[in-house]
Design a protein around this ligand. Structure first.
Ligand code: THU
Length: 163
């Protein structure tokens, strides 16, 4: 028997002022777009913004539903938009932020499991890593260099019969 281990390094910044200009602008966009979220049930308003290889910025927000499972997270909203509006575009980075009726937005949140799976699919598809920038409206920021780190042992569909 042997034991394997998994670890990854990520960057931690004290505030947005420490980020490079492009990352700071993307996080500002994600922070601002949270006001467009439709989240009357959770009152947890999430924004996700991406920077594409064609220079475009696109954003998405969570869109809830009275039938709760019909809701969609901000991350998957923007992934669907990218794939629909700019098919084939490479996502260089995604910034994720939030505001909440019930909690201070002074720390990062990270994507849910379903969104991680969708982000992995996009990384596979574009064959380039997506930088993930996580931050609240204020406070510390985490930067993760690839989605691979956030979903080890992911199911990638390589075993599926594509014939
Ligand atoms: N949500 C997101 O949009 N992204 C995340 O990464 C976590 C959760 C949304 C889903 C739901 O509308 C609300 O936040 C509370 O879970």
């Amino acid at each position: 028997m042997k034991t394997n281990s998994f670890e990854f390094a990520y960057e931690v910044y004290d505030s947005i002022e420490e980020l490079q200009k492009g990352d700071a602008a993307l996080l500002e966009t994600a922070r601002a777009i949270t006001v467009q979220a439709y989240a009357p049930y959770s009152r947890f308003f999430v924004g996700a913004s991406v920077k594409l290889d064609n220079g475009q910025l696109l954003s998405g927000t969570n869109q809830e539903n009275a039938s709760f499972p019909a809701g969609i997270c901000a991350e998957r909203t923007v992934l669907a938009a990218v794939s629909s509006v700019y098919p084939g575009a490479v996502i260089h980075a995604m910034a994720i932020s939030f505001r909440s009726a019930g909690a201070a937005s002074n720390h990062p949140i990270s994507p849910c499991g379903i969104c991680r799976q969708s982000l992995i699919e996009q990384e596979k598809r574009q064959q380039a890593p997506i930088r993930i920038i996580l931050g609240g409206q204020v406070g510390p920021i985490f930067i993760i260099s690839s989605m691979n780190h956030l979903l080890p042992f992911s199911f990638t569909g390589e075993e599926l019969d594509k014939g």
